[in-house]
Design a protein around this ligand. Structure first.
Ligand code: KIV
Ligand code: ZN
Length: 391
């Protein structure tokens, strides 16, 4: 695998499932994990085993069925969490323990009521203990986004010394600007002793709508794993959306960064997660929203009909959407009406179209969206109907 391959770490079943009211049962989680494995993710964070018997059971069940991906369990830097996670991951062919601790002053002072030196020691001890169970240990520096870079580098060095294989640099509160987050990753690449023994991972929250941009800046600056969720679900404003980062990299090949994701499965995956969790995906959601490939204004529709590339940068088939939609509303022009009429069996001449279009506008003013049934009715009630059918 080249150094330019970006690992996709899916945390839909852990960070994603923290969305209030979206708890999944073990069976639902297993179905999603199987599909994620087929999608080609490199790691599946299956849960937080110590948090509840249900989470333990889910991590265990997922460990048994996943064939290709690494299966990961979250822990705090607490011995019992780590022991329980190791037990839940026992059947995984590629187990990973994800352990860590808060590193920003806010976490050190208010959450742990301790000091920086103690946090470094706890980070070291947690990774060392996790290493006694599994080879693959990921360390997270919670709130790394607001942690001073020099101190963060010392924490990372301790985690590497203890044997961490992955260093997760979460922007837990979604605070960083893309330039800041990218500079943080670059700083760690350049200043952490032993960094060649581990890969850096981006874990960006979306509180300011910057999660995707921050993750992309992270990999441009040397990170080699992105932590993300399907549809960007997660705590508060959510996590980095898997489908977005994957398609950003695919649509910008000159970045020379690729993933192992089978992109044609993205739309189906999005539907599966939103149906299972009962979370509606906003229509304008990038890549997988209902309107992501729908064109409604007359100017855009005319351009699309002449050449799809005029208004679409992604072929919908590449993400599992059958085709682009030309939506007929009162803002649509003649080109869109002629195109949709043709799709339902009417070839209109220019003069016929003028008449049918006038009828269409009065319909469209009364109805939000015109469907195929309406098109028949519009044509059948137009003055030129007789000419059209005899044509
Ligand atoms: O956002 C975060 O910091 C996390 C860690 C627990 C990895 O989810
Ligand atoms: Zn998170």
């Amino acid at each position: 695998m080249s150094d330019n391959n970006i690992k996709i770490f899916d945390t839909t079943l852990r960070d994603g499932e923290q969305v209030p009211g979206c708890k999944l049962n073990t069976e639902q989680k297993v179905v999603i994990a199987e599909q994620l494995d087929k999608l080609g993710v490199d790691a599946i964070e299956a849960g937080f085993p110590v948090s509840s018997p249900g989470d333990f059971k889910s991590v265990q069940a997922i460990s048994k069925i996943v064939k290709n991906a690494t299966v990961c369990g979250l822990t705090r830097a607490v011995k019992n969490d780590i022991k329980v996670a190791a037990e839940a991951l026992r059947y995984a062919s590629k187990p990973r323990i994800h352990t860590g601790i808060g590193t920003s002053d806010s976490h050190i002072i208010h959450k742990f009521r301790t000091n920086r030196v103690d946090i470094i020691q706890r980070a070291f001890d947690a990774v060392k203990y996790a290493k006694s169970f599994v080879e693959d240990v990921e360390f997270y520096a919670e709130d790394a986004g607001r942690t001073e870079n020099e101190y963060l580098a010392r924490v990372c060095e301790a985690a590497i010394k203890a044997g961490a294989t992955v260093l997760n640099i979460p922007d837990t509160t979604g605070y960083c600007l893309p330039s800041e987050y990218g500079a943080k990753i670059k700083y760690l690449k350049e200043h952490v002793k032993g960094i060649e023994k581990a890969i850096l991972s981006c874990h960006c929250h979306n509180d300011l709508g910057l999660a995707t941009a921050n993750s992309i800046e992270g990999v441009i600056n040397g990170a080699r794993q992105i932590e993300c969720t399907i549809n960007g679900i997660g705590e508060r404003a959510g996590n980095t959306a898997l489908e977005e980062v994957v398609m950003v990299l695919k649509q910008h090949p000159y970045l020379n960064l690729d993933t192992n994701i089978k992109t044609e499965m993205l739309y189906g995956m999005s539907q599966l997660v939103s149906d299972s969790m009962g979370i509606y995906t906003q229509p304008n959601k990038a890549i997988v929203g209902a309107n992501a490939f729908a064109h409604s204004s007359g100017i855009h529709q005319d351009g699309m009909i002449k050449n799809r590339g005029t208004y679409e940068i992604i072929n919908p088939k590449d993400v599992g959407v059958t085709e682009s939609a030309i939506v007929l509303t009162a803002r649509s022009g003649r080109a869109a009406l002629a195109y949709r009429a043709k799709n339902v069996g009417y070839e209109l001449t220019k003069l016929q179209l003028d008449d049918v279009y006038a009828n269409f506008l009065s319909f469209a003013d009364r109805k939000k969206e015109i469907n195929d049934g309406d098109i028949h009715q519009i044509i059948e009630t137009s003055k030129v109907y007789r000419q059209i059918i005899s044509a």
